[in-house]
Design a binder for this molecule. Structure first.
Ligand SMILES: Cc1cc2nc3c(=O)[nH]c(=O)nc-3n(C[C@H](O)[C@H](O)[C@H](O)COP(=O)(O)OP(=O)(O)OC[C@H]3O[C@@H](n4cnc5c(N)ncnc54)[C@H](O)[C@@H]3O)c2cc1C
Length: 380
């Protein structure tokens, strides 16, 4: 292969491009990113960057090595798999021998482009400017992102109401852990509203929620994400019902084409988390170069979130059912190391405000016993 094109400009794309080099690929690597910025991490955008605690520069990812061409402002608008070309918005056809698709996802909007969301650096800057002059906010959506944005708004001193459609909030976690997080949110001063019949955004300050109309200086939309696959619609590549790009276990999409990160639908679902994007980026690069001899991607789910004074790290599958085993700390103090056993002998380990190296948390999540220091052993 003389040239590999990587479409996307964030963690999955950069990891894949760098992994091609690590795997010994010596041909041309061209990364096409639609954003005007160098690659950056989205993780602090809803946390330290939005709160003004962390600089924008601190969110920047290390640039790919100099032997990788990184083009900003280069939006792919079409893929021709038989001609092996990607067309960019300015009409340029870029030929490839191998292709990595890592176009991620965008924020789902409820009314249109004027919705305040947090997906990109520009979104975060725009929202931060609005929050600086605001006294109150409504956050639409009670998932991880919505809870993080609500926490940041509260930390900035705003009155905050979070509105979600179906109870419980954070349902992805499962009821036990979701209740812990929602209780922490209430203690943090965040008002929680559930709107089983949906919400209607009336204008930029008003939301209808059942019988009542809620008002705030700022309304933020955190209603999930949509995979960026519009540019693939005529390509013949398989998309799932939600628009995710279907891959096999080795991140392969079609001959000479692999994919990684938030855009990927594997076994019928997407896993829009940082660690998944990194690991799939590596797998996709290896699969493209080594074909059948590549190792399948083995999901090793690891995810974290910071909200309402809780630092939650999760290793293993979600959602969680039943009550956990308390391995250390105290649930009442909201500082504990927890484990849920799952069918098939696996487990999900969760550290809530509990310092433990990721590798040890992963061992607990894999069901491997890790000795817990006697000093911190729980009183159960
Ligand atoms: C605010 C926020 C906070 C988060 N916090 C956490 C967290 O605490 N923990 C965690 O595990 N995960 C977190 N995540 C999720 C994590 O950031 C994502 O899983 C990760 O960014 C996915 O990386 P990606 O490269 O697959 O996709 P993306 O980050 O979406 O990047 C896709 C890139 O492709 C570009 N692109 C899209 N379409 C085109 C096109 N047609 N042509 C060229 N380029 C294109 C986009 O501009 C973008 O640069 C958070 C996400 C957000 C938004």
């Amino acid at each position: 292969m003389k040239r590999i094109v990587v479409v996307g400009g964030s963690i999955a794309a950069v990891t894949a491009a760098q992994s091609l080099r690590a795997e010994g690929y010596g041909g041309q690597v061209t990364v096409l990113s639609e954003e005007p910025h160098p690659p950056y991490s989205r993780v602090p955008l809803s946390k330290g960057v939005l709160a003004g605690r962390e600089s924008v520069e601190s969110a920047l990812l290390p640039l790919p090595s100099e032997d990788i061409e990184f083009r900003t402002g280069a939006r792919a608008v079409r893929l021709d798999t038989s001609g092996r070309t990607v067309t960019t918005a300015d009409g340029t056809d870029i030929p490839y021998d191998g292709l990595v698709i890592a176009t991620g996802a965008r924020a789902r909007r409820l009314t249109g482009d004027s919705d305040l969301v947090v997906r990109t650096l520009d979104d975060a800057s725009r929202l931060a400017a609005r929050l600086a002059a605001a006294h109150s906010a409504i956050v639409l959506g009670g998932g991880f992102l919505g809870m993080e944005i609500a926490t940041t708004c509260r930390t900035l001193g705003l009155e905050v109401t979070i509105v979600d459609l179906v109870p419980p909030l954070l349902r992805l976690l499962g009821p036990w852990l979701a209740e812990l997080a929602v209780a922490a949110a209430r203690d943090h001063g965040i008002r929680v509203r559930v709107a089983p019949d949906g919400v209607e955004v009336l204008d930029e300050h008003r939301v209808r929620c059942g019988e009542s109309v809620l008002t705030a200086d700022v309304i933020v939309c955190a209603a999930g994400d949509v995979p960026n696959t519009d540019w693939l619609e005529d390509s013949g590549l398989a998309l799932d019902a939600g628009g995710g790009l279907v891959t096999d276990a080795c991140c392969r999409v079609a001959p000479g084409i692999v994919a990684a990160g938030d855009v990927v639908s594997r076994q019928g679902r997407r896993t829009p988390h940082w660690t998944n994007a990194v690991e799939q980026g590596r797998t996709a690069a290896a699969s493209l170069l080594h074909g059948e001899s590549a190792h399948p991607y083995r999901p090793d789910p690891y995810f974290w979130t910071e909200q309402s004074g809780l630092d939650i790290k999760i290793s293993g599958e979600l959602p969680l059912t039943g009550t956990p085993e308390v391995l250390a700390g105290s649930v009442d103090d909201r500082s504990a190391l927890l484990r849920w056993h799952r069918e098939g002998g696996t487990a999900t380990a969760v550290a809530v405000n509990h310092r433990l190296p990721v590798i040890k948390l992963k061992r607990l999540g894999a069901g491997v016993p890790t000795p817990v220091p006697a000093r911190t052993r729980a009183r159960t």
